[in-house]
Write a protein that binds this ligand. Structure first.
Ligand code: HEC
Length: 469
């Protein structure tokens, strides 16, 4: 999905094998798709390391977990109306109960301070409750690190297209000049996502034990086995930043994790060299499948705030809003003159922490692109046809943005990006007819892309300059 990835085709790979020209054949022979798909991290801890070590949870359920009841999916039993045509109010509606019900399940059995030692635990009360996406420990630049399994967040990268002065990281408003100088290349965010057993039942079918994605034909379309994710699916993602509380005061007393991320050179540029460094929890994202939503998905986000009441880190996570659609009747899906106020996001505007929203009243989190929104970016999750490497915007939809995003009201690109559609629909512009729909999972898009690099090239793209992405 990275724009810099050359498109290798399967046939080119087969041809180079046949001609004996594949220079990396040796490494292919050593490490199978299964080894690479399910490995824990891109590299191993140093010998003198005594901190937490991430283990990929990939013993995906083989049985359909069935209908999700009130105990495990309490949000599905909350009466919500996703069809309102008027803007909604966070304080009076059932929305805060809905997101609280999701979070209560996410945090069951976790350390209330999400300490470095314990991190986010996949085993809860003796049972594996949480599972990870395979193939995210292949790419040396952004791939999983060994301490907490975080990967370098891609959401920040779309600033490439937006002319931001900090291409690799998100600027945080209100920072002093001294701080801006100290973080001249912005902040990196590293995040780890987890799927519950409903989500993982789909993952196990899409990525069987041989590690290669399994594809099936559904009504004439090629789709991953196991999709769509069934109702009951819950995904959570914990995002950390290397911003410090002296620069960003609301991060004070947040969870402090040591993650093996890019080191900074003497002129403050991020390098390919990894090292254990401090990061702090700043945002927690959640997503659930709920048939009542016009996209079948509901996204929600929390921001950490030192100012929030609560004795523990988890209690100081403030819900920021929910989103279930891209508001296709709202600017920039339509020109300003025809626009109605957004009604498929509900935002908690009474917060004392810094938050920007997404495009025109839609939801996006503190470290997300303010010109996008959760649902618009996620519904555009596709893999390239025939499992070739994807050139974003050419082979798959432009998830990370395009010129004029959130500006040119009514442009075909904005109309497609900010519209509502469901798996296995094509991207609404019709421009990517063979692309494989991934039911909103952008981690699955990363996995498909990384597998395609492996299958076509046999070796990951080398890390050259993390500041470029
Ligand atoms: C501009 C694109 C973009 C926006 C906006 C965005 N995300 Fe994501 N999100 C991604 C990408 C890319 C991934 C996969 C890579 C990763 O996990 O770092 C991802 C991963 C996730 C995951 C893990 C499961 C999955 O679907 O891959 C969740 C949950 C999630 N995001 C929730 C949210 C929520 C909630 C919001 C809004 C507050 C949001 N995202 C906004 C791009 C985006």
């Amino acid at each position: 999905m990275a724009p810099f990835t050359p498109a290798f085709s399967r046939s080119a790979f087969a041809l180079s094998l046949a001609m004996g020209t594949l220079s990396t054949g040796a490494s292919l022979a050593q490490e199978s798709a299964a080894d690479l798909a399910f490995r824990d991290a891109v590299n191993t801890p140093p010998v003198d390391y005594s901190g937490p070590v991430f283990e990929l949870s990939h013993d995906y359920p083989k049985q359909d977990p069935g209908e999700c009841g009130k105990q495990e999916c309490p949000w599905l039993f909350i009466d919500v109306d996703f069809s309102s045509e008027a803007p909604l109010d966070w304080q009076s509606g059932p929305w805060k109960d809905y997101i609280a019900a999701i979070m209560e399940v996410v945090l069951r059995g976790q350390d209330p301070n999400l300490s470095n030692e314990l991190g986010f635990q996949t085993n809860v009360n003796g049972e594996t409750a949480w599972f990870h996406m395979p193939w995210m420990a292949y790419d040396p630049t952004m791939g999983r690190e060994f301490a907490h399994g975080t990967t370098n967040e891609r959401t920040a990268h779309l600033s490439d297209f937006l002319g931001s002065p900090m291409p690799n990281a998100t600027p945080i408003s209100g920072m002093t000049e001294a701080c801006q100088a100290r973080f001249a290349h912005g902040f990196e965010s590293w995040a780890v996502g987890v799927y519950n057993k409903w989500g993982a039942y789909a993952l196990g079918q899409a990525f069987p034990e041989d590690g290669a994605p399994a594809l099936v034909e559904q009504n004439g379309k090629t789709v991953p086995a196991g999709l769509p994710f069934s109702e009951g699916t819950l995904v959570a993602k914990f995002l950390t930043t290397n911003a410090t509380p002296d620069c960003v005061p609301y991060l004070a007393d947040s969870a402090v994790w040591q993650v093996n991320r890019h080191q900074v050179s003497s002129d403050e540029e991020y390098t390919c060299q990894r090292g254990l460094q401090t990061t702090r929890l700043t945002q927690v994202d959640v997503a659930v499948v709920d048939h009542r939503s016009p996209t079948r998905w509901v996204y929600g986000t929390f921001g950490y705030s030192a100012n929030a009441p609560g004795d523990t880190v988890l209690e100081r996570l403030v819900p920021l809003g929910l989103q279930w659609g891209s508001d296709p009747d709202t600017f920039p899906a339509v020109p300003r003159a025809d626009s109605v106020p957004a009604s498929q996001s509900v935002l908690n505007t009474k917060i004392d922490t810094y938050e920007h929203w997404g495009c025109a009243g839609r939801l996006a989190g503190p470290v997300d692109n303010p010109k996008s929104s959760c649902v618009s970016c996620h519904t555009a999750a596709f893999a390239a046809a025939d499992q070739t490497s994807a050139d974003t915007g050419q082979d798959i939809p432009p998830v990370f943005g395009f010129p004029g995003i959130c500006a040119d009201g009514g442009s075909p690109q904005n109309a497609a990006y900010f519209s509502n559609y469901q798996f296995p629909d094509l991207y609404p512009s019709g421009a990517f007819p063979g692309a494989i729909p991934l039911d909103s999972s952008l981690q699955m898009a990363v996995a498909f892309e990384q597998h395609s690099v492996f299958a076509n090239k046999g070796t990951p793209n080398a890390c050259t300059d993390p500041n470029q992405f």
